[in-house]
Design a protein around this ligand. Structure first.
Ligand SMILES: Nc1ncnc2c1ncn2[C@@H]1O[C@H](COP(=O)(O)OP(=O)(O)OP(=O)(O)O)[C@@H](O)[C@H]1O
Length: 467
């Protein structure tokens, strides 16, 4: 059905659909299903701009999936458009997917284009309703989206600025977010092979962002969306900051892994009491890690904040490697390691010098658990100078024995793990029905009423204004 036929009699523009004012009276105090909102604890951002030498200054966009049906659909429509560009009235809204701190997200497809596979997510942001700080977040998000081109990151198909609205057309992920998927698992935790699968994909996504000089700062399962094919898409780039990165070839001595018939050994030393067997070998490695990145603004999600972020003394690329450790821990145990009864207690636990512990549970019986615990322990090192990944980036993390089974070049071809809620989703025909966002609010029965009300503004807007 067309948006015009749904709301034929509306003449005044009611643009309230984009307003999130009721849920965003202060910075990021809105609630998501997990109760874990991202926070801007204080604001002292000085690195929002990009330096001229940063790769972000390049506007060239070469989509790796330029032959996929989405691009083909967009191209067909824009070719027919009088000015050769995509407009809001080329889009047909299908449903409201969710609301965030900055705006609302709609499922849509191209009008007059009956390829049902070509669905998109349209993020609509009312710039007039945002504070300057949030506007800078919007700019950051659209800036990052405009330069990334990676299988595990969103593709920006169109950026449409109309009046005081910014609309970003990106990939639609029908599988909801990883946090919701985690909650569907028994014990709220994934098996080791699923942990390895999701962690590997996020790791290469982070590697790519860091190579562009982008520090992500908001890694958490809620920000990882599941594509139709079961692979992941990292979303939400509003809290990123950028820095220069100088890719280098670095020589170093690396400890060669030695395996015995019974045990595998960490290349970094003993793994939980096992005997270490190493031999050094010289290797040259490509490193593109923003080691000089520096910011003082305290942003992120409490349970995922790195100690240097909590202490407020400035932080850099290391916050993402810390968050990656928390992420692994949460996928493995269903909870984060420093969580307290209150947010303040969580922050105190992170800042304290007390080490975290691993709960005792049936995870212990799975193959690979010693390796993943070793990896977590190396990532959750409070001193960022000693934390895995901080100096050498993702290559150090990828080399960890936990990822021994991963052939990085083939990662896109791996089948997603068979976990409840994931493969079933792939079988469903109707994406609208299968979508469950982190808000978890939309049951299909209440869906029509809610979305009808909230689309009104957008439908009028699309109807009344050809850009
Ligand atoms: N590409 C997408 N495909 C499917 N659903 C999406 C997509 N992008 C967002 N959503 C849904 O819309 C909701 C709002 O997304 P949005 O990115 O605006 O907010 P958010 O995740 O809360 O981020 P923020 O931290 O910026 O407020 C998400 O929780 C998710 O359920």
């Amino acid at each position: 059905m067309d948006v015009e036929s749904i709301f034929p009699s509306e003449s005044d523009l009611d643009l309230s659909f984009t307003s999130c004012a009721s849920s965003t009276t202060t910075d990021r105090t809105f609630t998501c299903s997990s109760g874990r909102s991202s926070s801007t604890l204080s604001f002292n951002e000085s690195r929002l701009g990009t330096s001229s030498s940063s790769p972000l200054s390049s506007n060239t966009h070469r989509p790796h999936r330029k032959n996929d049906p989405h691009w083909a659909a967009i191209q067909t429509v824009t070719n027919l458009s009088p000015d050769g560009t995509l407009h809001l009235n080329h889009l047909k809204l299908l449903s409201h997917l969710g609301s965030g701190n900055l705006g609302r997200v709609f499922l849509c497809r191209l009008k007059d284009y009956d390829n049902t596979d070509a669905t998109f997510a349209l993020k609509v942001i009312d710039r007039e309703s945002l504070t300057n700080k949030k506007l800078s977040h919007v700019m950051m998000e659209s800036q990052i989206l405009s330069i990334v081109d990676h299988p595990f990151l969103p593709t920006l198909y169109a950026h449409i600025d109309v009046s005081h609205y910014t609309c970003l057309l990106i990939d639609y992920c029908p599988g909801g977010d990883l946090h919701s998927l985690l909650r569907k698992q028994s014990g709220n935790r994934f098996r080791i092979d699923a942990v390895r699968f999701f962690a590997s994909e996020i790791l290469v996504g982070l590697e790519y962002l860091h190579a562009l000089g982008v520090v992500y700062r908001d890694l958490k399962p809620e920000n990882i969306l599941i594509r139709e094919d079961g692979h992941v898409m990292l979303s939400d780039f509003d809290l990123c900051f950028t820095a220069d990165v100088v890719p280098t070839l670095q020589k170093r001595f690396s400890s060669k892994k030695v395996r015995s018939s019974k045990n595998r050994f960490s290349c970094f030393g003993e793994v939980f009491g096992r005997r270490r067997e190493i031999s050094d070998e010289e290797m040259t490695e490509f490193v593109a890690e923003p080691t000089g990145a520096y910011s003082r603004s305290c942003v992120g999600t409490h349970e995922y904040l790195a100690p240097e972020l909590v202490n407020g003394n400035g932080h850099g690329n290391g916050v993402d490697w810390w968050a990656f450790g928390i992420f692994l821990y949460e996928l493995l145990y269903g909870r984060t390691p420093f969580k307290g009864h209150t947010k303040e207690q969580t922050l105190r636990n992170i800042a304290s010098s007390r080490p975290f512990d691993f709960p005792e549970c049936d995870v212990e019986e799975e193959d690979g658990v010693a390796e993943v615990k070793d990896l977590i322990a190396r990532l959750l090192v409070k001193d960022p100078r000693r934390r895995l990944g901080c100096a050498w980036g993702a290559s150090d993390v990828k080399r960890h024995p936990f990822f021994d089974k991963i052939k990085w070049a083939l990662i896109r071809t791996y089948s997603p793990p068979d976990v409840p809620g994931l493969l079933k989703m792939k079988k469903k025909k109707n994406h609208v029905m299968s979508h469950v966002g982190s808000s978890g609010k939309f049951s299909t029965s209440s869906f029509k009423k809610i979305s009808r009300w909230s689309w009104r503004g957008l439908s009028n807007f699309i109807k009344g204004k050809r850009v």
